[in-house]
Design a protein around this ligand. Sequence first.
Ligand code: AMP
Length: 190
Amino acid sequence: MNLVLFGPPGAGKGTQAKVLMETRRLPQLSTGDMLRAAVAAGSALGHEVEDILAKGNLVPDAIVIKIIADRYDRPDCAQGAVFDGFPRTIAQAEALDAMLAARGKKIDRVLELKVDEAILLSRVAQRIKEGTARADDNPETVKNRLNVYRRDTAPLLEYYGKQGKVTTLDGMAPIPDVTRQIAAILDARA
Ligand code: AMP
């Protein structure tokens, strides 16, 4: 099963992807995590993307498409994967569909975590207060990330909607409730 976890930054995609990794053995393919790892490692890719991440802008499509294709071809993705933070543009979604089709696979479901923007900003404020904020978790960058989401990423809902693949969940519900809702959707499919 190949799933896309969809929603704005801070919606809880990573949290739910980790649960799916534990409960369904589906690896979490987070382009954000992979890019941050490249920055931390000081690799050529890391140098190339560091400023883009710090500002909350999107890394060029070709870069993320390549890192996702390389990661997906590792053996642990044989039964599928959970895409977290990818795709973020129509071009990325088209490339993902083509990559999966070439391997006889497809996206089975897109789980949209719907959240209120004011709540996202208050979650960030909380993380800053607790000292658990990421480098790109400052109010300025988060506002930019939300704008980028609205402009470049939200249109994907229509792209996947036309394929009849989107299920919308209340991302403001407590984490265990969201987890239960996702489990119910996946079990109903099985
Ligand atoms: P995330 O952890 O998913 O919030 O991603 C953190 C940052 O990594 C984003 O603000 C972008 O700068 C970059 N990034 C992650 N995924 C993508 C993607 N699919 N396309 C372009 N940039 C990305």
